[in-house]
Write a protein that binds this ligand. Sequence first.
Ligand code: BGC
Length: 509
Amino acid sequence: MPAVVLASSDGGPKQFEGKITTYVVICGIIAATGGLMFGYDIGISGGVTAMDDFLEKFFPDVYVKKHRAKENNYCKYDNQGLQLFTSSLYLAALVSSFFASKSCTKFGRRLTMQAASVFFLIGVVLDAAARNLAMLIIGRILLGMGVGFANQAVPLFLSEIAPVRIRGALNILFQLDVTIGILIANIVNYFASNLHPWGWRLSLGLAGVPATILCLGSFLITETPTSLIEREQTTAGLAMLKKIRGTEKVELEFQEISRACEMARHVKHPFRTLMKKHSRPQLVIAVLMQVFQQFTGINAIMFYSPVLFQTIGFKNDASLLSAVITGTVNTLSTVVSIVLVDRVGRRMLLLEACVQMFLSQAIIGILLQVNLKSNNTLHQGVAVAVVVLVCLYVSSFAWSWGPLGWLVPSEIFPLETRTAGFAFAVSSNMLFTFLIAQAFLSMLCHMRAGIFFFFAAWIVVMGLFTVFLLPETKNVPIDEMVERVWKQHWYWKGYMDKEEGKEDKVDII
Ligand code: BGC
C-alpha cells in the first residue's frame, strides 16, 4: 500500500510516513493469538462446568443437585464453589495485570507476551492433569496470570506498532482472536462432552494450542520501537521503526516517540502520576470502557443462548447450534469493525451499537416476560424472533464495545502512564467479568427475564457517556493524544491544566 506523506507544520497535526508492511501485519497476527487464549478460556469454562464427569469428580454436590428431578432450570447451577472455579481465573488476571504493567515497561511488550504464554502453558498442564480441586484451582490461577499478562501486553503492542491510519483495525485483530477462541472452545466442548470420562481433560488441555502458537510466534516478531527507545535501545528502535514502516523516512515519527520517551523517563512513579488530575480523563475512560463492556450483558447472553435454542426444538444439538450461530455472528461482526473503525471512527460504532443493543435487549426481555412459561418453553414463532434478536444484539456488541473496550484504553494514554493506565483497564475487565460471572447465575435464578431490562438500562447510561464524554481518537497518532484530543475536548480540557502538568513533573523527578 502506498505511503501517505504530509509534512508537519510546527506544533500542528502531523502525518507520519510509512507503508502498511507485510511484516507489521504478520507481527499483528502473531501477537493477536494472545486473544485466542483469552477467548478459549471464556468459551471453555461454561461447557466444562456442565459436564457430568467433571462435576462428579470435583463438585459432587452440584452433580447431585443437577440430577434432582424437579430442580428449577434457572437455579440448578447456582453454586458459589463452582462459580469460584470460573471466577478464580479472572481474579488472578486482575492482580497479575499490575505486575504485567511493570514487566511491559521494564522488559518490554514482547517478553511480557512470552511470559504470558509460559504461565498459561503451565496452567494448562495442571488443569488437564488435575487429580484434585487444589490442582485444578492452582492451574486456573496460572491461566489467569497468563491472561492478565497477555491482555496487558497484546493490545498495547498492537496499538504501538500500527501505522496510525490502521491502528484500530490492527488492534481489533486481538478481539477477532478472542471471538475465534470462544467459537472453537464451544465446538470442542460439544464433542468432548461425549467422551467419557476424560472429555473435560481434552477441553482444558487444548488451551495449550493457542499458548504454544503465541510462545513460538513471539520469537518471530519484533519488540515495539516505542518500548525499545523507552528502554534506551535507541539505535535498535530506529532500525525497527524503519523496518516496520518499510521506509527510511521515519524521522518525524521517531522524533515523536523519542519526545514521548523522554517525558516518560522523567516520571518515576507512573501509578502516582495516574492519580493526578491531568490523568483523570484517560483513567476514567479506560476503566469505564471496560466496565460498560461487561454491563452490556454480553457474557450473560452468551450463557443464556443454549436455553433459548433448546426451546425451538433443537434438543440435543441446542448448545452446539447456539454456539455456532452466536459465535459465528460474533466473529464475522468483528470483521465489520476491522473494516469500519478507522473510517467511521470509534464513536459512531459505539453509538449505533447502543441503539441496536438497547432495542434487542428490551424486546427480548418483553417477549420472555410475556411468553416464557415456568417449564421454560416458548412458542416456535416467539423463539425464532428471540434468536434473531440475540444475533442482532451479538453483532452490534461485536463491532463496538467488544473490540473498542480494548482498543480505546490502549491508545489514549501518553507513554508515561500507558502501561499503568492500561493495567487499570485490564483489571477492570477482569473484576467486572468476575462479578458478573459470580452474580449472574444467582441473578438469573431470581430475576429471570428481568435480567434483560437490567442490562438495557446500563446501555442507556453508556450511550449518554459516549455522546458527552468520549472523544474521537480515529487517525490521531498515539503520542499526540494530549494535544489533539484531551486539550480540545469541551469537558476534559479542564483537567489538562498546564500548571498541574508542570508541578507533577517537578515532584516526580
Ligand atoms: C470481552 C469478553 C467477551 C468477549 C465476547 C471480549 O472483548 O472482554 O468478556 O466474552 O469479548 O466476544
